[in-house]
Design a protein around this ligand. Structure first.
Ligand SMILES: NC(=O)c1ccc[n+]([C@@H]2O[C@H](COP(=O)([O-])OP(=O)(O)OC[C@H]3O[C@@H](n4cnc5c(N)ncnc54)[C@H](O)[C@@H]3O)[C@@H](O)[C@H]2O)c1
Length: 261
């Protein structure tokens, strides 16, 4: 049976660890040729090795998504190695915490630069090729914080909401060119980002329990559960899906307030 992403050339940002790494492994297993783009070049190589050891095809693309030259070089290297890029997964992000007035200007600028400018630069680098090919797929890794007002994550949430608006706007602009643009909005996912957040808290067990209980399914999600949705959206099975936001959140965004006794 043909694999779902057979032969597709994919760039994934922030793919050296966590959800991006999970998407890279899943896509490679589905037959994609995967460019692993991340600041952390050593971990990029580790992911590439893992893919190649499992019979897949991949290259490491060390770089910073906020730097136009890095992004353009990465897309050019990927195209030189495997051919024109068919799919871009904008996954790299940073998450400064705090209420808005507690967020220093440097953290604000850095969060916008990685989470939003990074997606802008990657999209600008891949779109001309996709427009010529009259086909392509762009995924934005948003978050449930882009939909719900969760406390203490103002600037991060603003970037994740912006990615949802960008998804919708781009889907109408690029549908005539056969390019689909979708977003994924995960709830809390069992990932290094979650582990480091919990590590900074004093009452770690209790915080972890609260994360689990917050989701109607009764637990946080797994990286594989996000990667499965990404693989569907990147595949031709999703050929009529564009401008959509897939909430991978165990029902969190559908939950109303519980009535008080
Ligand atoms: N973990 C969660 O619970 C959760 C929930 C909702 C949404 N998300 C989103 O999923 C995505 C991945 O999250 P994660 O938990 O795997 O995060 P993570 O922190 O584990 O991984 C992020 C990766 O991005 C890379 N990165 C950061 N800045 C970069 C830059 N300037 N250039 C290139 N690479 C850069 C990091 O090196 C890292 O490898 C993010 O967009 C995040 O907002 C995560």
């Amino acid at each position: 049976m043909a694999k779902r992403l057979q032969g597709k050339v994919v760039i994934i940002t922030g793919a050296a660890r966590g959800i991006g790494r999970g998407i890279a492994l899943k896509f490679a297993g589905e037959g994609a040729k995967v460019g692993i783009f991340d600041l952390n070049e050593i971990d990029c190589l580790a992911v590439v090795n893992e893919i190649v050891m499992n019979g897949g095809e991949s290259i490491a693309l060390g770089g910073d998504v906020t730097k136009q030259q890095d992004v353009e070089d990465a897309v050019a290297s990927l195209a030189l190695r495997f051919g024109a890029v068919n799919v871009a997964v904008n996954n790299a992000a940073i998450m400064p915490s705090g209420k808005l007035h507690e967020t220093p200007p440097d953290d604000f600028e850095a969060c916008i630069a990685v989470n939003l400018r990074g997606a802008y630069l990657v999209n600008c680098a891949v779109l001309p090729g996709m427009i010529s090919a009259r086909s392509g797929c762009i995924l934005h890794m948003s978050s449930i914080t882009g939909i719900l007002g969760l406390p203490g994550l103002a600037v991060y949430s603003a970037t994740k909401g912006a990615l949802i608006s960008l998804t919708r706007a781009m889907s109408t602009d690029y549908a005539p060119f056969g390019i689909r643009v979708n977003a994924i909005a995960p709830g809390t996912i069992d990932s290094p980002m979650l582990h480091s957040f919990i590590e900074m808290q004093t009452d770690r067990e209790n915080i972890r329990r609260q994360f689990d209980q917050m989701h109607p399914i009764g637990r946080v999600g797994t990286i594989a559960e996000v990667a499965n949705v990404a693989a569907f959206l990147a595949s031709d099975e999703a050929s009529f899906v564009t401008g959509s936001v897939y909430e991978v959140d165990g029902g969190l965004s559908s939950k109303g307030e519980q009535p008080q006794n």
